[in-house]
Write a protein that binds this ligand. Structure first.
Ligand code: GLN
Ligand code: ZN
Length: 775
């Protein structure tokens, strides 16, 4: 290599790709619906990439110094990497064209499935709400550079006058995140294919170099995670081998390895010793490299890219402290530059797109664009000295001070209440006493049937809500429409014969936002969308202050439903951990403190429901597992406060009131102990997709409270037959005592249509009756 270009003094690891007004989502969905062509979709995407480059340059990233990352994806960056290296599962072989590539339709088919070919599995991306597609690797996978999209995108930027930085998921992370293909023998490890994969990365680096790329970003987040099954020594060996190999290539761009989402720990010395030019560290979630003195890491021949601007949250933060952190690392490395801790994929585009947050809250926030401005300021501060950016640093610390002192950020009554909590507030009576009291109060049949809460959200319901937001539907008219819907849903459930009814949640736009809108301490955005997976986006609420409940939230709806039927109606709330996990949460106090405040607000709500005659209350915690920290050492503390907050929310009721919870996943085993500690009287859980895997965990580890392993996979419109449902119930009853078993679907029905809902619930009842008859 000739003298390499220096790493840019300020950069970001990635930028949201969905578009300020979700243009990519709309175009991709239009392509799926057949209303635009592949060429039109390509044109829209190229337009978004061009606009992004201009925007990033306008915000202060260099146009021609590799500061702008090419982080666009039509669907997901892990899928892109799989397609780039030719890792297309055999069941999709027919999609591969004569020239060995996939067209856009083929690419999306891997993500969405087709006919009997199931799509790639989807799972959570580290500790974020983003989900990636899981590549499938086996002995039969033939790696080759099957797509040159990365090179073409770089060329596209060049043609527009930019010298950008291509980004790809690194070989170690790619294989660690993959699962063995269907054809792989038992015990096969995708990482065993590293030798065959690396030549493809080598070819790609060669091509990028030939195209003129000066730097390439190789993302290796899997190195910070301990939630990966592969033994650490193997991971470190693979890392060493990969970067020795890639680093020694004759022709390549300078290599920047980034490691977002936590500390590299023992992978740090490995990367420090590798022949790469820059290393990106997450200094927000992770520790500074000098904080672990027993790890010898010599970075004196490298650029240390200091991820000091939080890519994971929406707060403006302490700019002065970030600069100090970066300055403090100067002694360790040849050079220190500024970056975000993670890609900005996890935050919305810009605070400037929000008109209703108010000046004060707005001044405390930084979405993607504002974070880039921060990066530019810090980079300048590092280059030219603190004095050069004194105005910006002062403005940021003033905003922070104003935030700390603002009314609502701390509320004396809320603080007094959490401070006065004692152990007794976290516990109910014994399970035996509760069981007896509930049996008497509820008199339910054996194998009680119920649903998870929501019924289909029809377009009429959504339209009514949209009109209320626009102001063209009066609040009272909206209320009457929702009551009519509740009445319909109650009648339907009675006709079907379910034992425990729900009101159907028609009034909720979203299970978290609905509560955020009704609690103090939260704000909601207009355009604050972030990608959850593919074209799916969520709009997290902003939890900025102490949380309290100004008035009852769900009581009117629940009591109205109960007034229509003699069967018990189950009240329906979202739990503290899930409200936290699916919001942007304040960063100025421990999560556990915030969780307890939400728990107390919910405790009041549950108390009011109980007083109003609701005998069963479900508190959903689908995110309980999702927030589990990546590092094992942090998990006990997390489980302590998360489980504690659920208990605090639910422990205020009498023995006769039955508390349910719902969890959206089937890997019960890892958190079974935590679920047991929730001490809910009944837990419903996803189980149909895994054909009742959860039953095995229960048999081996024990669980003595009520349990409803979902028998109907509601993620697909398919209607399960009565025999199939009988089979699943029999499987459950083989291992779980009959008195514990509840019969319910896997999850809420809000995304389903009425046709399949009615048929499936009827089949579920028929199956239950036939099993009951045999008992
Ligand atoms: N009660 C919620 C519903 O039925 C639960 C949804 C969830 O767990 N994601 O929609
Ligand atoms: Zn669910």
């Amino acid at each position: 290599m000739s003298t390499p270009a220096p790493f840019p003094s300020g950069t970001i690891l990635g930028y949201p790709r969905i578009g300020r007004r979700r243009e990519l989502k709309k175009a991709v969905e239009a392509f799926w619906a057949g209303s635009i062509s592949a060429d039109e979709l390509e044109t829209t995407a190229a337009g978004l990439r061009a606009a992004t480059r201009e925007r990033l340059a306008g915000l202060g990233l260099g146009r021609t110094d590799s500061a702008i990352p090419e982080s666009f994806s039509f669907y997901d960056q892990v899928l892109d990497t799989a397609v780039t290296v030719g890792a297309v599962p055999t069941r999709f072989a027919s999609l591969i064209q004569a020239d060995g590539t996939l067209d856009l339709a083929g690419y999306f088919t891997l993500a969405r499935g087709e006919g009997s070919s199931l799509p790639l599995e989807m799972t959570k991306w580290f500790d974020s709400n983003y989900h990636y597609l899981v590549p499938e690797i086996g002995p039969e996978t033939v790696f080759s550079l099957a797509s040159d999209r990365i090179v073409r995108t770089f060329d596209e930027a060049r043609a527009a006058g930019f010298l950008t930085r291509p980004v790809i998921v690194g070989p170690v992370t790619f294989l660690l995140l993959s699962k063995p293909s269907d054809a792989a023998p038992a015990g096969f490890s995708p990482l065993s294919r590293l030798d065959d994969l690396l030549p493809v990365y080598a070819t790609l680096l060669d091509r990028l170099s030939a195209a003129g790329a000066e730097w390439v970003q190789i993302d290796e987040p899997a190195l910070v995670s301990q939630s990966i099954d592969t033994p650490r020594a193997e991971t470190l060996g693979a890392t060493r081998f990969s970067y020795e190999t890639l680093g020694r290539l004759a022709r390549r761009p300078s290599i920047f390895v980034s490691a977002p989402y936590g500390s590299l720990d023992d992978a740090l010395p490995v990367l420090a010793a590798a022949p790469i030019e820059a290393l990106g560290l997450d200094l927000v979630r992770g520790a500074a490299p000098d904080a672990t003195p027993n790890l010898v890491a010599d970075l004196t021949d490298k650029t240390l890219v200091a991820g000091v601007v939080d890519g994971h949250n929406i707060w403006r933060g302490d700019l002065g402290a970030a600069l100090e952190r970066a300055e403090g690392l100067r002694a360790l490395a040849a050079r220190v530059t500024i970056s975000t801790s993670t890609s900005l994929l996890h935050v919305p585009h810009s605070v400037a797109d929000e008109s209703a947050l108010g000046v004060e809250l707005t001044s405390w926030l930084a979405f993607a664009d504002e974070k880039i401005t921060q990066v530019a300021v810090l980079a300048r501060g590092l280059r030219e000295g603190r004095a050069a950016v004194a105005v910006e640093l002062t403005a940021a610390s003033d905003a922070l001070a104003a935030r700390a002192a603002a009314p609502g950020v701390t509320s004396a009554p809320v603080r007094a209440r959490t401070a006065a909590l004692t152990l007794a507030d976290f516990s109910r009576g014994t399970y035996e006493a509760r069981l007896a009291a509930q049996d008497e109060a509820l008199a339910l049949p054996v194998l009680p049937t119920t649903t998870i809460g929501s019924f289909p959200q029809t377009s009429e319901i959504r339209r009514a809500r949209a009109r209320t937001v626009r102001g063209t539907l009066l609040a009272e008219e909206y209320r009457q429409l929702m009551r009519a819907e509740i009445a319909r849903v109650v009648t339907l459930q009675e006709e079907i014969g379910l034992d425990v009814l729900v009101h159907g949640e028609p009034e909720r736009n979203d299970m978290v936002q609905y509560f955020a809108e009704n609690l103090d301490g939260f704000a909601v955005t207009e355009n604050g969308w972030v990608q959850s997976y593919g074209s799916r986006c969520t709009r997290p609420s902003i939890l900025w202050g102490d949380v309290s409940r100004p008035a009852p939230i769900t009581v009117d709806w629940a009591t109205y439903a109960q007034s229509l039927t003699a069967k018990p109606v189950k009240g329906m709330l979202t739990g503290p951990v899930t409200i936290l996990a699916w919001s942007f949460v304040r960063d100025d106090q421990p999560l556990g403190d915030t969780a307890r405040q939400i728990a107390l607000a919910l405790r009041d709500e549950i108390g009011d429901l109980e007083a109003a005659g609701i005998g069963i209350v479900q508190v959903d915690e689908p995110a309980l597992r999702e927030l589990l920290p990546l590092k094992t050492k942090d998990q006990a503390d997390y489980l302590d406060w998360s489980v504690g907050s659920f208990r605090l929310a639910t422990a205020g009721v009498t023995d006769a009131t039955q508390i349910h919870t719902h969890l959206c996943y089937s890997e019960f085993g890892v958190v079974l102990e935590a679920i047991r500690n929730l001490d809910a009287d009944v837990t419903s859980i996803e189980a149909a997709r895994s054909r009742m895997d959860v039953v095995r965990d229960i048999r081996s580890q024990g669980f003595d409270h009520g349990i409803g392993p979902g028998v109907w996979d509601i993620h697909s419109p398919r209607v399960p037959s009565v025999q199939e449902l009988v089979g699943l119930l029999d499987t459950a009853l083989e291992s779980i005592p009959t008195r514990q078993v509840w019969v319910n679907p896997d999850c809420g029905l809000k995304t389903r249509g009425y046709t399949e809902t009615v048929e499936s619930l009827q089949n579920m009842m028929a199956a239950t009756r036939s099993v009951r008859a045999r008992l």
